[in-house]
Design a protein around this ligand. Sequence first.
Ligand code: NAD
Length: 428
Amino acid sequence: MPKTMTRMAVDAKPEEMNPYAIALEQLASVATILGLDDDIHAILQKPKRELTVNFPVNMESGGTRMFTGYRVQHNTSRGPAKGGLRFHPETDLDEVRALAMWMTWKCAIVNIPFGGAKGGVVCDPKTLTKAELEDLTRRYTTEISLVIGPDSDIPAPDVGTNGQIMAWIMDTYSMHAGHTVPAVVTGKPVSIGGSEGRLDATGLGVALTTEEAFQKLGRQMNGAAVAVQGFGNVGIAAARLFYKRGAKIVAVSDVKGGIANAHGLDIPALTAHVAATGSVVGFAEAEPLSNEEILETACDVLVPAALQGQITEANAPKLRAKMVVEGANGPTTPGGDAILRERGILLLPDVLANAGGVTVSYFEWVQDIQSFFWSESQVNARLARIMRRAFAEVWNASETHKVDLRTAAYIVGVARVAEATLTRGIYP
Ligand code: NAD
């Protein structure tokens, strides 16, 4: 194996906006701090397995349409691969690779026995009928059934997917197996082996890690002003749980636009408005706001909970948040990160802050395997214990190494994965 450190070629997008290039850059900086062996670094740079599938779906309007999907397993040294499925028109292989690598570090940071994976289908689920979406999901599941399974790789929801889609995946996999296999996928409805607490888990993890940070800084959640970009699985739960803890949600946005109210939005009323209209836009008692403006809202906590590449070199100087808590995966580019650091804006990184989702997915998998289910309070108590322990380990690493929390989180996660890889040895 070559002894030199290698940088992999990636697609010709602007470098800092390509998520895979960003993920490699983040790994390289931690490899230097950890003094990681070049061979181990080279192993960790590459996804272990990448599957691309092209498949037809019968459209209700007549004829068939071809779709492309991916499933990437980055590393399985610590256990089966685990990671969400994204249905989005702009998803591509580099994005899925980056998200798979981030999953490896995230599972190691919260110390659950999984490796990292991610999947995606290039499509806009909002433009498909329910029957087309079901057919697409079932055919994609069949295509990737070569690599997924309860012992090998367990998908979950991500952008553009939900519990219903997870249910179709479970059913399709089970039909092929000839018996029900609930542990093949997490984020399922509770009626078919999902876990209590899974819907809110990522948002709860965001709220819990923010609470821990506030405690370290001697500040109060009660009355804190919070802005949330993205009002989907993660953003809705985060906004509701901050609101329940006495915070003021001063701005939220989704793909159609944003709204603001400096006195605080009524989150239960807003959630009902979104359920009825499909967007936060048009909510009464709020000012309209653009998606650029929401990131520049004056607030105590900014939660990017939409997509990657939102806080960049261009807008980081304009942020007026005291703390950024990454609900989304990869919302801050390395250039944006550096500016926030210089400006003394504390950032709780994605691999820690949004790890509540995969942690409760782990609980769901455990419950499915043992066919013995826990109450919501048991799930939430176990989640809180894991999130607080992970926060403390990352905070301590940041003090020991005198680094920011993202670097500290990577130090914890990458060191655990490197140790597992070394301990297992290279086969054959
Ligand atoms: P989702 O599809 O349920 O919601 C995404 C939200 O972002 C929607 O409200 C959408 O309108 C909005 N959005 C999309 N583009 C936007 C833009 N340009 N500006 C503003 N808003 C925009 O997805 P989700 O599951 O909530 O995931 C959001 C992020 O959180 C992703 O980065 C995902 O990888 C990450 N994440 C999700 C989970 C989970 O459990 N679902 C766990 C960890 C991390």
